[in-house]
Design a protein around this ligand. Structure first.
Ligand code: NAP
Ligand code: MG
Length: 462
């Protein structure tokens, strides 16, 4: 799509106050494919005022009508699926089939789920002699990353709109064209002016202005723990609610009774998918010592099969960061069994699918979020040891458990300090709450739990 040289505020595309622009780069060939405005604090203020002005009418709009706008939005995303998938591929670098199936398929499902929830959720309940109203929290400042550029926007904007909130979005600087396509879809869906506003810009400028704006009631952020904790501190000082979806270092625990080949193959696919740029990726594979060598061989073979079928990472900084982690793994004594620092191609921000064996729990590659196609395989002696390793990071976003029978896997999963666990390769559920224990975040996204993040209660006593 053609880049808009404008911000979407109060239902129209308008020029930014800020004169700076952001170059959008295709990570496959490093070519500039467009430019968007880098909004500044004044632009953010303009957008927040529009969202504030639109709030009373949108909050008072019957939920059935809000649901109708969300259903229309879902329909526009369906109609524009191939076009927006092309935009995502151009600025993120993901293979087109993956953009269509996952980068578009997921937000379409999520938008549909909130059309349904807006229509069916009980925004009013009776508790004894009280009537409790679930009211919109107000103006939402949404700050999103680039790794699932449309999904992360929809996972915030759809529940916020369902709840009756209005929104100002600051998307990642690497993927602003997807955000512009989303704004066009919102417009086409007939969402009233000011209910959704888009300010493209840089994190430390537009992002910071939005997170600190006194007239924003809730900041919903997805991204790094470093930025998230800063946003939470600012919001806390202003007695403002935050929702944070941060990093992860999830464990894929393969118990001895599991189907080893399936668990390893699905585990490798999970890490390599989206070139490893998935916050919930199972980047630590935990294997019993008796099966360890077999698992390493299977994983190395599976990773090699990916070869050049995965896309690049999003930008040069991420490529250098991921390479730095691979070097650190080697320096700390991990054994490289697939991939490595050598770039698979001259052009583009590509990293070879990489697997480390003989990783011990305290190594950097076992503790820090790498955000690239890098898997670490760790060895455990018994189930207690596996649990200790699985829970032994500051994160707790996701995970997987594989076992011969579900009861055994569930018993282990219940002891994991993490927000989501896939049992024997369980399927993604767009209604299941998604979010982190420990430093992986605060609050939940998706489904009814994601909706209630944007609501506050008022009780009337009779
Ligand atoms: P990031 O800096 O946390 O970016 C996330 C969002 O926050 C972007 O929109 C960013 O804008 C914005 N931002 C940056 N600094 C800000 C500030 N001071 N105030 C308000 N907003 C701010 O993450 P990143 O630089 O894209 O990636 C760094 C690392 O974060 C990755 O390697 C990965 O480990 C982690 N990460 C995690 C997730 C996740 O889903 N949990 C997603 C992305 C990244 P800009 O785009 O302009 O920077
Ligand atoms: Mg950044």
């Amino acid at each position: 799509m053609k880049a808009q040289q404008a911000l979407y505020i109060d239902g129209v595309w308008c020029p930014a106050e800020g004169r700076d622009t952001i170059d959008v780069v295709n990570p496959v060939d490093e070519q500039v494919i467009g430019q968007v405005p880098a909004g500044n604090a004044e632009d953010v203020d303009h957008a927040v005022r529009a969202a504030r002005a639109a709030l009373p009418a949108w909050a008072a709009t019957p939920p059935a009508e809000r649901a109708a706008r969300l259903a229309a939005l879902r329909d526009v995303l369906v109609a524009r699926k191939d076009e927006i998938a092309g935009t995502i591929t151009a600025e993120l670098g993901s293979p087109l089939a993956f953009s269509q199936a996952v980068h578009m398929g997921t937000p379409i499902a999520v938008a549909g789920s909130y059309a349904e929830l807006a229509a069916t959720y009980a925004f009013e309940e009776k508790v004894g002699n009280s009537t409790v109203y679930h009211e919109p929290i107000g103006v939402v400042g949404a700050i999103t990353p680039w790794n699932y550029p449309l999904h992360q926007i929809v996972a915030k904007v759809a529940p916020a709109l369902a709840a009756g909130c209005t929104v100002v979005l600051k998307p990642a600087e690497d993927t602003p064209l997807t955000a512009q396509a989303f704004a066009q879809a919102v417009h086409e869906a007939g969402v009233p002016a000011g209910v959704f506003n888009l300010v493209t810009g840089l994190g430390p400028v537009a992002g910071q202005a939005l997170a600190g704006h006194p007239d924003v009631d809730l900041v919903s952020f997805t991204g790094s723990t470093a930025v998230g904790s800063r946003i939470a501190a600012t919001a806390g000082a202003a007695v403002k609610k935050v929702a944070l979806e941060l990093g992860g270092k999830s464990a894929n625990v393969i118990l001895p009774s599991a189907d080893l080949a399936r668990a390893v193959n699905v585990g490798v696919a999970n890490v390599m998918s989206n070139s490893g740029q998935t916050c919930s990726a199972w980047t630590r594979m935990l294997v019993h010592t008796a099966q360890y060598d077999a698992a390493v061989e299977l994983a190395a073979r599976a990773a090699a099969k990916y070869g050049d079928r995965i896309g690049p990472v999003v930008n040069a900084r991420q490529r250098d960061r991921v390479r730095g982690y691979i070097e650190k793994g080697l320096a700390e004594g991990a054994r490289l069994v697939a991939g490595g620092v050598e770039p698979p191609s001259e052009r583009g921000y590509f990293i070879s699918p990489t697997v480390f064996a003989d990783v011990t729990p305290e190594m950097t590659v076992a503790q820090e979020e790498i955000f690239g196609p890098v898997l670490s395989i760790l060895r455990y002696e018994d189930e207690e040891d596996a649990l200790h390793i699985a829970n032994g990071t500051v994160y707790g976003l996701a995970g997987a458990v594989w076992a011969g029978d579900e009861t055994e896997a569930v018993a282990f999963a219940r002891r994991m300090e993490t927000g989501q666990v896939d049992i024997n390769g369980g399927r993604f559920n767009p209604l299941a709450p998604f979010g982190g224990y420990k430093q992986s975040g605060v609050g939940r996204e998706l489904g009814v739990h994601g909706l209630t993040e944007y609501l506050q209660t008022k009780s009337l006593q009779f």
